[in-house]
Design a protein around this ligand. Structure first.
Ligand code: ADP
Length: 320
């Protein structure tokens, strides 16, 4: 193997840059050449790609976002689009491809491999942490820490004004950010798409807390579980408590990656190159129980990851 490509695709996440750096430097260390493909599969189809060197990835290990930029590409979902991408594989002499992204990006990589045989390696990068076969995906830890930081600030006001604060966080289909940030910030209630929770149960818990003298309450809602604004309105209607809603939105995606995300990204990016060099293909690298592992890409995308119910139950016990 002499030359590989690397791209970031789908939603960006903090630590993707550290993963790009690891891919490029590990490959160059072993004498490979690396072609950086811009704007995900869009650049793959449009030949928006250039060789990268050691300097191309200097000074990015601590930066959020992705220097290669990212995109969602309609055209790559079509056989014609993928044919154009294959023409570029030949033109640039690529013998392997590292795709840093979420399960959608992995589906694209696998479809491409099935048609054209190019070995592909998936590196999980998504704040949702919803990918099977890895305990953590790149960007999740940074997103959770951003939420916890925000809740710390909101908590000061919540205590001072004796209010109920509802904080809506990202996670359309996955409650992972809400669950982890909720446990870490001592939220009274955590609403996630995986566990339906009735408004009466939420109000009952708030009333109980109020009776035992709680000054404030924090409720964390994953966007896929309910609308924070709607929950705030219902609580006010049913309990009379003053409610304030904060929707954290896109601040959860960016920002400087945590040390954990940088280490994860560096380890997984390097492993992806190592596996390609060994002649492996269609794998996803991941971290399980603190160890870097690889799984079949097909297995990683075939079902979604289960939420840690023991963690959910613990959060309920500790916030009683
Ligand atoms: P994420 O990787 O964050 O889950 P998306 O689901 O938006 O992001 O997927 C990123 C891109 O991957 C899509 O815009 C598309 O170009 C490509 N893709 C997704 N699914 C397929 C598929 N079944 N076949 C080909 N390409 C796909």
């Amino acid at each position: 193997m002499q030359r590989i490509g690397v791209l970031t695709s789908g939603g960006d996440s903090s630590g993707m840059n550290a993963a790009i750096r690891a891919v490029v430097r590990k490959a160059i260390y072993h004498g490979l050449e690396v072609i950086g493909i811009r704007r995900g599969y869009t650049g793959f189809v449009e030949a928006d790609m250039d060789p990268m060197n050691l300097g191309s990835v200097a000074d990015i290990v601590h930066r959020g976002g992705t220097i290669l930029r990212t995109a969602r590409s309609e055209v790559f979902s079509t056989p014609e689009g993928r044919k154009k991408a294959y023409d570029n594989v030949k033109r640039f002499g690529l013998q392997g491809l590292v795709v840093i992204g979420g399960d959608g990006s992995f589906r694209g990589a696998l479809a491409f491999h099935k048609e054209y045989g190019l070995p592909v390696m998936g590196v999980p990068g998504t704040i949702d942490n919803d990918i099977n076969g890895t305990d953590y995906s790149i960007g999740f830890d940074t997103a959770v820490n951003t939420v916890v930081d925000a809740v710390n600030k909101i908590r000061d006001t919540a205590t001072s004004h004796e209010r109920t604060f509802i904080i809506e966080v990202m996670g359309r289909e996955s409650g992972n950010i809400a669950l982890h940030a909720g446990l870490a910030s001592g939220a009274e209630t955590i609403m996630i798409p995986e566990v339906p929770l009735g408004i009466d149960d939420i109000c009952e818990k708030l009333n109980r807390g109020h009776r035992r003298g709680k000054l404030h309450s924090i409720i964390i809602v994953a966007e896929g579980a309910a609308s924070g604004i709607e929950i705030g309105r219902l609580i006010k209607e049913k309990t009379g408590f003053d409610t304030k809603v904060t929707i954290l939105g896109h601040i959860q995606r960016g920002g400087t990656p945590t040390a954990f995300d940088r280490i994860l990204a560096s380890s997984l990016g390097a492993k992806a190159v190592e596996l390609l060099m060994k002649g492996e293909k269609n794998k996803m690298v991941g971290m399980v129980s603190g160890k870097v592992v690889s799984k079949d890409l097909q297995e990683a995308i075939s079902s979604s990851k289960n939420i840690a119910m023991d963690m959910y139950d613990l959060a309920g016990i500790l916030s009683i």
